[in-house]
Ligand binder design. Structure first.
Ligand SMILES: *Cc1c(COP(=O)(O)O)cnc(C)c1O
Length: 362
């Protein structure tokens, strides 16, 4: 007997989602962002699935890039934060990685390095996120320096990142686009700005390269707010578990740690063998939807390490072993994230190794 918990992966959904990204940005190349273990899905599995459909991949750091190279992934891979030490440049050259240049120090390292072969560079421009990147006014000068550097493979791609692209009414994105247009005007450099929300909802920001991450996993960066393009995504991961106990609880009796949930009526409570140790958020509030036998029931009481309790009073007979879905097919992750005061990105990315990733559909 095995614990029934699985993060089931539908690889055909990932192919569908990257095809949607291409359809929405037909003139752009696609860089599939597979950092943080492909947002918890498994970097190697997802890179193998997406590589034939992407023009390049992106990760956060060298360790993540080398994991993919060791698994035989040959596509170009961009280090989104560049290198953290000058010695990494030789490793990047050997592994055929692309690097981001975010500041003067990284550029000085590049200019001073002796590399076996030149690197494709991406110059990060800070148009308002104020996390990484050079001031827009310096983009032209640094672009020329990179183009002239013997360790650079020609001019860099200009890259910027949006702070508020998931807020469709927020003018900040328009201001970032205007700054990015200004600093790129007259430069021969290709450009890249769009993360998932911008791929889905800001077509004016598609430029030469789009950089979708979250949307590839089939979830909407707009959370539970409807958006016509996001509504066409299909979830890759479905987090599954099963019922291991069912009991009747009298009105007035409490359920779970802290006795925080009290039955308002005679209730049937199903115990499910999934908890925060399996990636289900401890902060999920009572009332969060849980699918039991494909029907919506409500989380009742606090999330334990290995179990949750669910009010199944209204959904007909429930037996030991009945299937439970925590999110994925039939239940968008945002419906769990929002009552847990977080975002789907975090729930996916924090999925612990304890929960096996199983390819359920190829
Ligand atoms: C993570 C990341 C992305 C992908 O963002 P999503 O919202 O997941 O699509 C794109 N660009 C950069 C620089 C990133 O760090």
């Amino acid at each position: 007997m095995m614990r029934p918990n699985q993060a089931r992966l539908d690889l055909s959904a990932a192919r569908h989602n990257i095809a949607l990204a291409r359809e929405l940005a037909p003139a752009s190349k696609v860089m599939a962002v597979v950092k943080a273990n492909a947002y918890g899905h498994g970097a190697v599995t997802m890179a193998r699935t997406l590589e034939p459909h992407a023009d390049a991949l992106a990760v956060a750091c060298m360790e993540e890039a080398l994991e993919l190279r060791e698994a035989g992934i040959g596509a170009p891979i961009l280090l989104l934060e560049g290198v953290f030490e000058p010695d990494e440049l030789a490793v990047a050259a050997k592994a055929g990685l692309w690097i981001t240049i975010d500041n003067d120090t990284q550029l000085a390292w590049l200019e001073a390095a002796r590399l076996a072969r030149p690197l494709q560079c991406w110059l990060k421009v800070d148009t308002g996120m104020h996390r990484l990147g050079v001031a827009p006014a310096r983009a032209a000068e640094l672009c020329q320096r990179i183009a002239a550097c013997r360790n650079s493979l020609g001019p860099p791609v200009l890259i910027t990142h949006f702070a508020c692209a998931d807020e469709l009414e927020n003018d900040a994105t328009r201001r970032q686009i205007a700054l990015f247009e200004d600093c790129g005007a007259g430069l021969a450099a290709p450009r890249s700005a769009a993360n998932s929300p911008a791929v889905l909802a800001w077509p004016e920001a598609h430029y030469d390269w789009i950089r979708p991450g979250y949307m590839l996993w089939g979830h909407s960066p707009f959370g539970t707010r409807p958006q016509p393009n996001a509504d066409r995504l299909r979830p890759v991961m479905t987090l599954c578990s099963a019922v291991i106990s069912v009991r009747e609880v009298a009105a007035g009796e409490a359920v779970g740690y802290g006795a925080s949930w009290v039955a308002k009526r005679p209730s049937r409570i199903a115990t499910v063998t999934v908890g925060y140790g399996d990636g289900y958020p401890r902060t999920a509030a009572s009332g969060t939807p849980v699918l039991v036998n494909g029907q919506r029931a409500a989380l009742a009481g606090r999330v334990s390490m290995d179990m949750i309790t669910v009010d199944v009073t209204d959904i007909g007979p429930v037996r030991l072993g009945d299937p439970v879905v925590l999110w994925g097919e039939g239940l968008p992750v945002a419906e769990v994230a929002e009552p847990a005061k977080t975002i789907g990105y975090e729930l996916l990315t924090r999925m612990p190794m304890r929960t096996p990733r199983v390819v359920a559909r190829d």
